[in-house]
Design a protein around this ligand. Structure first.
Ligand code: NAP
Length: 295
């Protein structure tokens, strides 16, 4: 474990708590973030700052990225300045972002050419869950690389799975987010309907919480909904991005996903209403507006 030198790319809302957990458990980290200032907290904790992806990749034996989307993954992994070209052969590259199977497969093809074992290891859980090191991590890619990387996953998460050798983890992550986003839409719609009928907000949420329709996700959101606390751990724009990834993938392989398609419209509506950077569970407030409910 002590001979694992880790390069961490992407210090956003998720990257910071995940990288912090590794440092706190004694791993040696080199970090890089496109916006340099966001590295300060990690550098204070002892991480070494790299000036570029290339510099970082040449120095370590495992590179982890936690970045926004397909474009971020492709610009980080590919090209002359990317991870694959600059890492030593045999360096493991783990991308933990939520991206499309298509973009991921492009990276996989290049990784093979450079002899870089490539793991797709997206996560399920919020920023709070990441900080508590309780993420669910599901990886696909070479099993040997997964086994080497397991001590790192154990530091960041509580439930770990190896789900295949190819893009399986990408599909699984989008599957889960389709369900999470659809839950926010379903709960939002039901709450607005109840409000229109004169139900007390808190009591309505308490009863939903105690009923058979409450899932662990609904239970987990209860307090925030009662407080109308929509602090943006994962934004409506980010959920829109994940719905697009699912819709594009489904179009390519002829899978009808009508609910995902319909709910996608309202992530756009939230963006158009200036609510794109709000928490995705603020979906309910969009419907309140449409229903003429004043807060
Ligand atoms: N937030 C959640 O609750 C959550 C949960 C599970 C999974 N995820 C997924 O995890 C990933 C990261 O999410 P996040 O919430 O941490 O996002 P975030 O706060 O928006 O951070 C995004 C990170 O990606 C970097 N980045 C964006 N575009 C880039 C590019 N073209 N080249 C290089 N770096 C780029 C950003 O750098 P700058 O600082 O320079 O902008 C930043 O470090 C996303 O794929 C998201 O869908 C998020």
């Amino acid at each position: 474990m002590s001979n694992l030198r880790i390069g961490w790319i992407g210090l956003g809302k998720m990257g910071i708590p995940m990288a912090k957990n590794l440092i706190e458990k004694g791993f040696s980290l080199v970090v890089y973030n496109r916006t340099k200032e966001k590295s300060a907290e990690l550098v204070e904790l002892g991480a070494k700052l790299a000036d570029s992806v290339a510099e970082l990749s040449a120095e370590v034996n495992i590179v982890i990225s936690m970045i926004s989307d397909d474009d971020a993954l492709k610009s980080t992994a590919l090209g002359d300045a990317g991870v694959l070209q600059n890492a030593k052969p045999g360096t493991i590259f783990i991308d933990m972002s939520t991206v499309s199977p298509k973009a991921s497969a492009e990276v996989a093809e290049k990784a093979d050419e450079y002899d870089i074992p490539y793991l797709r290891a997206p996560v399920s859980g919020s920023t709070v869950v990441a900080a508590a090191a309780l993420l669910t991590i599901f990886a696909s890619g070479p099993r040997k690389a997964y086994e080497t990387s397991t001590p790192l996953f154990e530091v960041m998460g509580k439930a770990l799975f190896h789900v295949g050798e190819g893009e399986e983890a990408r599909y699984l992550k989008l599957t889960l987010n389709m369900m999470v986003g659809t839950t926010a839409a379903m709960v939002g719609e039901a709450l607005v309907f109840g409000e229109k009928g004169g139900m007390d907000w808190n009591q309505m949420i308490e009863i939903i919480d105690a009923s058979v329709v409450a899932s662990p996700l609904v239970n987990y959101k209860t307090e925030a909904l009662k407080q109308r606390d929509f602090a943006p751990a994962f934004t409506a724009s980010q959920m829109g991005k994940d719905f697009d990834l699912a819709l594009d993938t489904a179009r390519q392989n002829d899978t009808p996903i009508p609910l995902t398609s319909q709910i996608r419209q309202n992530w756009s509506a939230m963006k158009a209403q200036g609510m794109g950077e709000q928490y995705f569970f603020a979906y309910v407030t969009l419907l309140e507006k449409l229903a003429g409910i004043e807060q």
